[in-house]
Design a protein around this ligand. Structure first.
Ligand code: KG4
Ligand code: ZN
Length: 340
C-alpha cells in the first residue's frame, strides 16, 4: 500500500497566522487560522510592525494546534511549504523562518510558495483541476486573470493597473465609515440597496484583460463628498450596491471573454474577494449559459488567507521535485510568472 503523504503549509504574508496539514495533496487534515483583524481594526488597516509581532507570538501555538488536530507528529511530515512572497516582508519572514527550522530539524524538503499560487490551489482542495484553466484571483493585494495550461505554470493575462479589487472595497468601506476589512460589510449592505447610482466601469483598451479600480473608488468618494456639500443624503446601501455592481460587471465580463478566447475547460475563483456573495452569484448565473466549462467556487474558509492552500500549491512543487534551500527569504515583490 502506498504511504500517505503529509505536507504542512505555513502562511504569514499579511494579518493571518495560519498553519495547515494536508494529506495526499488534496485532503485537509487540519487548517488553523489565527486572525489579527481585531488588533488592526482601530488603525483602519494592517500595521506591518504589529502584524510581524503577532505572527511571532502566534506561530508556535498555531503550529502545535495544526499538528494536534491532524493527529500526526512533525516527524510524519514529508515536506513543509511556506508563503515566501508577495506580502509584508517582516510578516513573511516569521513564516519562512519557522518553515526553515522545521525543514532543517526534520530533514524534510522546504517548498517556497507564491501566495497567489496558493489562492489558486485552494481550488484543488475542492475538485481536481482541468487544463487549460483560467483563475480569477481577487484579493486585498491582487486582481489577476491567470491562465494555466498545466500544474505549476502560471500566465498572467490581465492584472490591475492600480488598486486591487479588495483594496477598493476596503477604501470605499472606509469612506462609508464601515470597519476594516470593509469587503464583507459592503457586500452585506449591497444586498440591502439598489444599484441606482451611476458609477464608472473601467473597460480599458479593446482586448485588454487588465483591470483598474481607482477611478471607481474616486467616483464613490466624490459622490459622497458632493452629496455632503449639497446637504443631501445618499443611502449607503444604494452606494454599496452601485459600487458592487460596477466591480462585478467588469470582473465577470472580462472573465467570460477570456474563457472564450482561451477555450478553457475550467474557471477557478480565488482570493478573499471570492467570498463576495454578489460575485459568486453573478459568476454562477453567467456560467449557466456556457456549455462544457466548469466553474469552481471554493468555500469561504478557503477563499480568505489560509495555509491549506499553501500546502496544496506546495504539494505540486513536491511532486515535481522542486525544492527551496535554506537561503529562502521573504520576497515582498515575488512574481507569479517565474514561480513554476
Ligand atoms: O485574500 P485575502 O484574504 O488577503 C489578501 O491576500 O489580500 O483578501 C482580503 C480581502 C480584503 O480586501 C477584504 O475586504 C476582501 O478580501 N473581502 C471581501 C469579502 N470578504 C473579504 N471583499 C468583498 N466581499 C466580501 N464578502
Ligand atoms: Zn491572500
Amino acid at each position: 500500500m502506498k504511504k500517505d503523504q503529509w505536507i504542512m503549509g505555513i502562511e504569514t504574508s499579511c494579518d493571518e497566522t495560519a498553519v495547515a496539514i494536508i494529506k495526499n495533496g488534496r485532503e485537509i487534515a487540519s487548517n488553523v487560522v489565527a486572525s489579527q483583524i481585531e488588533s488592526h481594526k482601530r488603525f483602519g488597516g494592517v500595521v506591518p510592525e504589529i502584524a510581524s509581532r503577532h505572527h511571532v507570538e502566534q506561530m508556535t501555538i498555531v503550529l502545535e494546534e495544526a499538528v494536534n488536530q491532524a493527529g500526526i507528529t512533525l516527524g510524519d511530515l514529508d515536506a513543509i511549504a511556506v508563503t515566501s512572497g508577495p506580502g509584508l516582508v517582516g510578516a513573511l519572514l516569521v513564516g519562512v523562518n519557522a518553515a526553515k527550522a522545521i525543514s532543517f530539524a526534520h530533514a524534510i524538503p522546504l517548498l517556497g510558495v507564491h501566495h497567489i499560487a496558493g489562492h489558486i490551489y485552494a481550488n484543488r482542495l475542492v475538485t481536481e483541476m482541468k487544463f487549460p484553466l483560467l483563475s480569477l484571483v481577487v484579493s486585498g493585494g491582487h486582481t489577476e486573470l491567470v491562465l494555466m495550461k498545466e500544474h505549476g505554470h502560471f500566465e498572467v493575462i490581465g492584472e490591475t493597473r492600480d488598486d486591487a479589487a479588495g483594496e477598493a472595497y476596503d477604501k470605499v468601506a472606509r469612506t462609508l465609515n464601515l470597519p476594516y476589512p470593509g469587503g464583507p460589510h459592503i457586500d452585506r449592505l449591497a444586498h440591502e440597496g439598489v444599484p441606482s447610482i451611476n458609477l464608472p466601469r473601467a473597460w480599458l483598451e479593446e482586448g485588454s484583460y487588465d483591470f483598474s479600480f481607482s477611478g471607481l473608488k474616486s467616483a464613490v468618494i466624490n459622490t459622497v463628498h458632493n452629496a455632503e456639500q449639497r446637504g443631501e443624503t445618499i443611502k449607503p446601501e444604494d452606494l454599496a450596491a452601485s459600487f458592487q455592481a460596477s466591480v462585478i460587471d467588469v470582473l465577470v465580463t472580462k472573465t467570460l471573454k477570456a474563457v472564450k478566447e482561451f477555450k478553457v475547460e475550467q474557471v477557478l475563483l480565488a482570493g478573499g474577494v471570492a467570498a463576495n456573495k454578489g460575485l459568486r452569484a453573478a459568476l454562477s448565473e453567467a456560467f449557466k449559459e456556457l456549455q462544457g466549462v466548469d466553474l469552481v467556487i471554493p468555500p469561504l474558509s478557503l477563499c480568505t488567507d489560509n495555509a491549506a492552500m499553501i500546502a496544496a500549491a506546495g504539494s505540486i512543487l513536491f511532486e515535481k521535485g522542486q525544492r527551496s534551500n535554506l537561503a529562502l527569504n521573504g520576497n515582498p515583490g515575488l512574481e507569479l510568472s517565474i514561480h513554476n
